[in-house]
Each structure stands twice: as C-alpha cells, then as structure tokens.
Design a protein around this ligand. Structure first.
Ligand SMILES: NC(=O)c1ccc[n+]([C@@H]2O[C@H](COP(=O)([O-])OP(=O)(O)OC[C@H]3O[C@@H](n4cnc5c(N)ncnc54)[C@H](OP(=O)(O)O)[C@@H]3O)[C@@H](O)[C@H]2O)c1
Length: 276
C-alpha cells in the first residue's frame, strides 16, 4: 500500500510518516516548502512530491499510483477548507481507496478553524471513499514551548485564562491512530474524537511542570490587551473562546479502544520534557 502523506514536513504531520513506515506502508511525502525535503528523506522516504494543496493539478499528479491519503490542512490557512475539498474530489476521481482526515475536536464549535473543517467532513461522508475522520483535542506538544519559556521566566503563560479547563491529546497517539486507519478496516467509515483523558487548567499544568523541573513555576495570564494572535482573527477568536469556556471534553474511551492501551497523558508528556 502507498499513502500520500500531507503535512509530512510539519511538526505534527511529520509524526505520521514513521508510523506509516513502521507498518510497512510506502509513503509519498507531500513537500510544500522544498527546503524541508532533507528532513523528510532522513525519515527514510524516497518518494516525495511538491504539492500546493490549493492547486488541483498538483494534487492530481501527486495522487497518481497511491492507494490512500493522510489529509491534513495547514492551521488557519485562508484556503484550508478549499484544500481539503480539492483533495476529496481529486481522490474520488483517482479512485483512491482510503482517506484519513485529520480534522479538529468539536467541529460543531462556532469558531473559524472548526467551522472550516465541516465541509471537508461532509464531502467525505457524501463520497464513495473509505474515510476515517480523526477529531483530535489540543496537541500536548504545544506545551514544549510553554515549558521552555517557563524555565527562563518562572511563568507558565498562554493566551487564555489560567483557570480554563482544556482537553489535550499527544499527537504521537494521533499519528498512531492515523496509521492504524490506513491498515486496519476496523476504523473504516468512522469519525473518532481523540483525547488523552480528563481536562487540566494552567494552574495544574504549572504544578506538573514544577514537579518535572524541580523548581517552582507559576501559572500566569497575559496582560490585558496583549495580542497573542498577532492580528490573525481566527486565532484571536479561538483564544477568546478558550478564555471564556475552556476546551471541554477529554473522554479517552475511543482513543484507548483504538490504541488498545491507555493514551499518553499530559503528565507523561511534561515528565518527558524534563528528560535528556
Ligand atoms: N494544534 C492543535 O492543537 C490542533 C488540534 C487539533 C487539530 N489541529 C489541526 O491540525 C492540523 C495541523 O496543524 P498545523 O498546521 O499546526 O501543523 P503542521 O503539522 O505544521 O502542518 C502544516 C503542514 O501543511 C503544509 N502546508 C502548508 N501550506 C501548504 C500548501 N499550500 N500545500 C501543501 N502543504 C502545505 C506545511 O508545509 P510547509 O511547512 O512546508 O509549508 C506543513 O507540513 C491543522 O489542520 C489544525 O487545524 C491542530
């Protein structure tokens, strides 16, 4: 089986590539920024293809000879929805057997980056494709930068209230599920919420980071008026929503059932951050 892996150069999509290879799946890696090709080759991928997901002809060329697609669109890109729709349409025309779509947790939330995934899901459900839709919670890997900054400032900071309860997932678990979906029909025609289990606020994260670092780190909020979204309206809307409501969820039943083991936890990840 050969899978076209979107986002293969990305910090998240790049984690899917080794999971596919480990299962004996041939990978054709989507390259967007050609300067990143060496990092993909270093993962053992010889078949690479330059693709602009917004350009249907380049997507069609990339699909020639593949049996499946791991579809991931860039976060907050203005054409992200169109990119997904092009891929679903082109994959259907190419009679690709399988599409695994990396969507978002709670696509029903009225936020641009959630709303934008709905047409892609709908197109998959209306297609003749064997689909698997993944709806992952917030990636725990984002905490790496938070931890690094906290070690130098003493403050555990994020652009939403320190009391907002958030649902996370370790993207390595998501990557494993994506690869399982390419090889195992038990995930066919399914839509799966993926969360590590439970919710944590930043006060609890600061406690976990303090234990890991062996020094006291404190949860803090950004000063009022700080523009952490750098003028990106979708990001600003998401931060405002997290600030008001948190990102509630965290039921790990589905992820545990798919992995056939307990998911990695937020605490596991923070402990790893303090390691060598
Ligand atoms: N962060 C979270 O907590 C979270 C949670 C749930 C879901 N998600 C979803 O996860 C997805 C990935 O997030 P991310 O963007 O931060 O991760 P990422 O893994 O960095 O993905 C971005 C990838 O898309 C590629 N790309 C950008 N423009 C492209 C184009 N025109 N054509 C082809 N490829 C292009 C990038 O390649 P280059 O680097 O070469 O440009 C990169 O490999 C997003 O859809 C996001 O909504 C995120």
């Amino acid at each position: 089986m050969k899978v076209l892996a979107c986002g293969a150069t990305g910090k998240y999509g790049g984690l899917v590539v080794p999971e596919l290879i480990q299962r004996g799946i041939e990978v054709r890696a989507v390259i967007h920024d050609a300067t990143k090709i060496d990092a993909v080759r270093a993962q053992g991928v010889d078949d690479t293809v330059e693709v602009d997901l917004a350009d249907r002809s380049s997507v069609e060329a990339a699909l020639d000879g593949v049996d499946g697609v791991f579809l991931l669109t860039p976060a907050f890109h203005p054409d992200a929805t169109q990119m997904g729709l092009i891929m679903v349409s082109a994959a259907t025309a190419a009679a690709v057997g399988k599409v695994v779509y990396n969507g978002v947790y709670h696509p029903s939330l009225d936020l641009p980056n959630h709303v934008g995934t709905r047409p892609i899901e709908e197109a998959l459900y209306a297609s003749e494709l064997d689909f698997t839709v993944l709806q992952p919670a917030m990636y725990v890997q984002a905490l790496a930068d938070t931890y690094r900054d906290a070690l130098s400032t003493g403050a555990v900071v994020a652009p939403w209230s320190k009391h907002s309860k958030m649902s996370y997932v370790d993207y390595r678990d998501v990557a494993e599920v994506a690869a399982v979906a390419c090889t195992d029909s038990r995930l066919s025609y399914g839509t799966f919420e993926l969360a590590a289990g439970g919710m944590v606020d930043r006060v609890e994260i600061a406690e976990l980071m303090s234990q890991a670092a062996g020094t006291a780190l404190h949860a803090e909020d950004l000063p009022a008026g700080a523009d952490a979204a750098s003028g990106e309206p979708g990001l600003a809307a998401m931060f405002a929503d997290y600030d008001r409501h948190g990102f509630h969820g965290g039921n790990s039943l589905v992820l545990q059932a798919i992995l056939r083991r307990p998911p990695r936890t937020v605490g596991d990840y923070i402990t790893e951050l303090s390691g060598p």
